[in-house]
Structures are given as C-alpha cells and as structure tokens.
Design a protein around this ligand. Structure first.
Ligand SMILES: Cc1cc2nc3c(=O)[nH]c(=O)nc-3n(C[C@H](O)[C@H](O)[C@H](O)COP(=O)(O)OP(=O)(O)OC[C@H]3O[C@@H](n4cnc5c(N)ncnc54)[C@H](O)[C@@H]3O)c2cc1C
Length: 481
C-alpha cells in the first residue's frame, strides 16, 4: 500500500506542507516569501506538489503514473533530493519518493541488479565486501541508483573507470508515461543510449542493472603551482587512462593538479586518507566557508583568506600524506549531515579537453573582470575533472570527445544568481556543453547550442512518448520542450 499524504492548498491553510510523523525527511521551507517543500541539497529549490507518494510495489507505481485524476501531473520521481538544481520540482503535481524500492536484487556475473531507490553508498559497500566495485567512482554516496542511471553526472575517471555512472548501466526497467512497464536491455543499445540520459522524462525507473568489475585500487599524485604554470604541466600529461582533477584559485593565482592512476590492489591499503579528503572537500570546506561568511561579511577579504586557507590546507595535506594505494570505495561518503546554512552550491559545464588550458585562462580573466564590474566573486575554488570521450548516452556532455568539466563552487547568497547568468553566457560562448540536471539557470538557447542536434532528437522523442506531458516539469519543459 502506498503511503501518501495530501498537501493543503497554498494560501488556504497556514501550514502549506502537511507532514506525517514518519515523513520528517521533507522540510518545510520559505524562500523569498514562497512557501513549500525543500527539494534539493542546498535548499534553493522549493516546490508545491499536490501529492507526495511513497510506493512500495511496482503495481502502485504503475497506478500512480496511469491515474491522471488521482495523481496530477507533473509526476516526478525523487531519490535522496541531493541535486543542486530544481530538477526534482513538481509544482501542482505528484512527487514519487522512490526510497521504498531499496533492495539489491542480484549479484550476477559482471553485473548487479538493484531497485531504483537503493543508496549508492550501500551498493558500493555491498559490492566491496564481495571483492567487486562499480565501473565508476562516486564520491558522494547519498544518492539513488535510479537518479544516477538516467541523469548526467561527472566523477574522476582512470583506467577501467568511467566518468559517468549512467554509462555503466546495462539494463533498466521503467514505467512509461502511459503507465506500461518497459524493460530495456543491452540487446537494445539505441534504446539504452536514450534512457541513460532521459532525466525521468521518458519513464520512472524502478530497476537498474550496473556493470561491475573486480576491485582495483588507485594512487594519487598532487602538485601545487602558480596558475600560469598549469598549461605547461597539463601539456606534459599523458591523459590516456589517467584521472585528472584540477583545483583553481582564480584570485590567488594558484592551482592544484591531481593525477590519479588505477593500480592493482595491494594487501595493504590506506583507506582513511582518501576518505578524509572527500569529507574535507564535500563537508568541511563548505561549512568553514559559510562560518567565515558569518564572521567576515566582506566578500573580497573573506575570499582572500579562504583562498590562502584552502590552498595551504591542500598543500600540507599533499605533503603529509603521500598516498598509498587506496580502494575506490574509500572515497564514497555515506552522507554529509550539515545544517542547510553550512552547505555550498555549484554549477557545472563541460569543455573540450584539447583547448582547456586556454579556457582556464579565459575563465580566470572572466572571474576577475566580473569582480571588478559587479563586486561579486565565488568564494570557493573551482574544480575541473577530466572525463574521457563517452558517447554511451544521447545527451552525454562527452559524446564528441574528451572533456574537462568546469565545476564552479560558491557559498551562494547575494550576487550568485546574477553571476550565474553571466557565467552561462561565457560558457556557452566558449563552446561549453551543459549537464541538464547540474547546470544552474540554463536557458533553452544555451542547452541547444551545447547539445545541438542530439537535444532536438530527444525533444522529438519526448513529445512522441509523452504527448500529455505527464512527466515533464517546469524545470525540464523549457529545456527539452
Ligand atoms: C555534497 C554533494 C556532492 C556531490 N558531488 C557530485 C559529484 O562529485 N559528481 C556529480 O555528478 N554529482 C555530484 N552531486 C550531485 C548529485 O550526486 C546528483 O545530483 C544525483 O543525481 C542526486 O541523486 P538523488 O538520488 O539525490 O537524486 P534527486 O535529486 O532526488 O533527483 C535527481 C533527478 O533525477 C530524477 N529521478 C530521481 N529518481 C528517479 C527515478 N527512479 N526515475 C526517473 N527519474 C528519477 C529526479 O526527478 C530529478 O530530476 C553532489 C551532490 C552533493 C549534495
């Protein structure tokens, strides 16, 4: 039996968001006077669905999608609501909380079959105890199998490890917008290619099969340098099968180059160092930055202090902990229990890898110019991750060749949204490709410019498959028609 509850209509009752005691995960929130339910990690996305349902069986899922009268459109599935955009909103519609679909169904030969609400962290640990791992290396595990199977994501790759989890999906089961069940397997490669970047618009995923492999380890080399030395350092890299992550400090003229190699697992591994780094970046750094923001409100001074603090911390960390071989599962964090005010935000674009050193120069100039003109600067360093060519999904940002993602981090606040508008103009004009669920404030024009014909193909497909816009939301509609 689906556990569901109805929200009172906006404005009619003082309490807009009706909560049951068992559903404390959903937070009431108010942003700019708008009340609703908080549906993303940083609390910037508010939605006012008519219903939130938490089905337990596939038959219930089918009924929810089919019964238009009882369950109003748009119908959006959600996992752990850890997106940073508004991609999970369902204003006036129905939110399907998938977390009751939480069983690992089968450990097979070279694959694992799971329900869509399984937490990736739990899956990573279960595989690890069997000497196995995913063919990708997620760093934040409080996310659902269903969401990563059909959306764009980016993780550090290395030999035998892909940059997008969706590309490791070998089969999927979903409920179509008409309420019928559909199995997509490796025998239908074109269909699988479409579904891996379907963003919940072509169906609600309830089961996913991921390719898995024997565990391997990795070693990391870290080098700190001035920004103007980075091009030369990158030119000397042989990135074939090598993982690369950059940390850029546009206002401090510094950078860290992190190079990762896949290696055979040794009997002695050191797990806590990579875990500490992942925790430091994802949880500690945003918290410290937000704390500093409260103590030192002036953005220029605070930005400078944070740059020095974070760069020196990275440098010391690299010196103190010469990396030994680590297991990939060590970097997968279970969750990050931070108060909403202690979290950071980011946006992501992808750029061709060949020209990336030049793009960095332009990006640094853009940031400095913007600061001079508008007084705003991102107070956290920018990251970039190398993702090798990956045409496994129709809307893959790396379909045409190797890319670097540009992940622009900030504590947000006043000036951030305006900055994003100009950043999007800059990225789009410089050949950037967006990640539909991870690029903030994206316009339709920028999406079309970045993804080109592939987006047009997806648009046509979506219209044919979902003529009544059962699954489309106010977030996706402007982007994919
Ligand atoms: C601290 C932190 C660190 C992060 N680091 C990274 C990182 O390194 N790399 C990266 O790529 N991302 C990263 N992210 C982003 C996050 O991993 C992704 O956005 C992920 O998809 C969120 O998973 P979720 O289960 O919370 O999805 P949700 O936010 O609940 O949903 C995401 C989208 O998927 C759709 N969806 C969910 N479930 C289903 C389903 N069963 N069927 C169809 N559609 C569905 C939703 O409607 C929505 O559009 C990070 C986020 C946080 C908070």
């Amino acid at each position: 039996m689906a556990a569901y509850y109805v929200c009172s209509m906006a404005g009619v009752s003082g309490q807009y968001w009706a909560r049951t005691s068992s559903e404390s995960d959903y937070m009431e929130a108010t942003i700019d006077g708008r009340k609703g339910m908080s549906i993303n990690w940083e609390g910037s996305a508010i939605t006012r669905p008519r219903l939130v349902v938490k089905p337990e069986r596939i038959s219930e899922l089918v009924d929810i999608v089919k019964n238009e009268k009882k369950y109003p459109a748009p119908v959006r599935a959600v996992g752990f609501q850890h997106s940073i955009t508004r991609c999970a909103v369902a204003d006036g519609g129905t939110i399907i909380d998938m977390r009751n679909f939480n069983r690992i169904l089968e450990f097979g030969q070279g694959h694992v079959r799971v329900q869509a609400g399984v937490r990736i962290y739990d899956l990573v640990k279960a595989l690890s105890s069997r000497g196995l791992q995913l063919c990708a290396c997620p760093e934040f595990g409080d996310i659902s199998a269903g969401s990563v199977a059909c959306t764009s994501n980016r993780y550090i790759s290395s030999r035998g490890i892909l940059g997008q989890i969706s590309s490791t999906v070998v089969a999927m089961k979903l409920v179509t917008p008409q309420g019928t069940k559909l199995d997509v397997t490796a025998k239908q490669p074109d269909m699988l290619n479409i579904m891996r970047s379907s963003f919940g618009l072509l169906g609600i995923v309830y089961e996913v099969t991921f390719a898995v492999r024997d565990k391997i380890g990795f070693v990391v080399e870290r080098r700190q340098m001035d920004l103007d030395e980075l091009s030369l350092a990158m030119a000397g890299l042989n990135i074939d099968g090598t993982g690369v992550r950059l940390t850029l400090y546009p206002f401090y003229n510094k950078a860290q180059l992190e190079i990762r190699h896949s290696v055979k697992l040794e009997s002695k591994t050191r797990q806590w160092v990579p875990s500490l780094r992942a925790w430091g970046w994802n949880c500690c750094m945003p918290f410290v930055a937000q704390l500093l923001k409260r103590l030192v409100p002036g953005s220029g001074l605070r930005g400078k202090q944070l740059d020095i603090l974070l760069f020196q911390a990275q440098k010391r960390f690299a010196r103190l902990f010469h990396e030994r071989t680590a297991e990939m599962s060590a970097v997968c964090l279970p969750r990050c229990r931070l108060p909403k005010w202690g979290r950071c935000t980011y946006t992501t674009w992808a750029f061709p890898a060949d020209d990336f050193p030049l793009l960095i120069e332009k990006y640094v100039a853009f940031c400095r110019l913007y600061k001079r003109a508008h007084g705003f600067r991102c107070d956290l360093p920018t990251q970039a991750v190398f993702v090798p060519k990956d045409p496994a999904s129709l809307l893959s940002y790396a379909a045409d060749g190797n890319v670097f993602t540009l992940d622009v981090f900030s504590t947000g606040g006043r000036g951030w949204d305006d900055f994003l508008i100009d950043l999007n103009l800059f990225c789009s004009a410089n050949g950037g490709v967006p990640l539909l669920n991870q690029t903030k404030l994206l316009s339709q024009r920028q999406a079309v410019r970045g993804l080109g014909r592939r987006l047009m193909t997806f648009k046509r497909l979506r219209r044919n498959v979902d003529r009544n816009n059962r699954l489309s939301s106010t977030f996706y509609q402007p982007l994919v028609g």
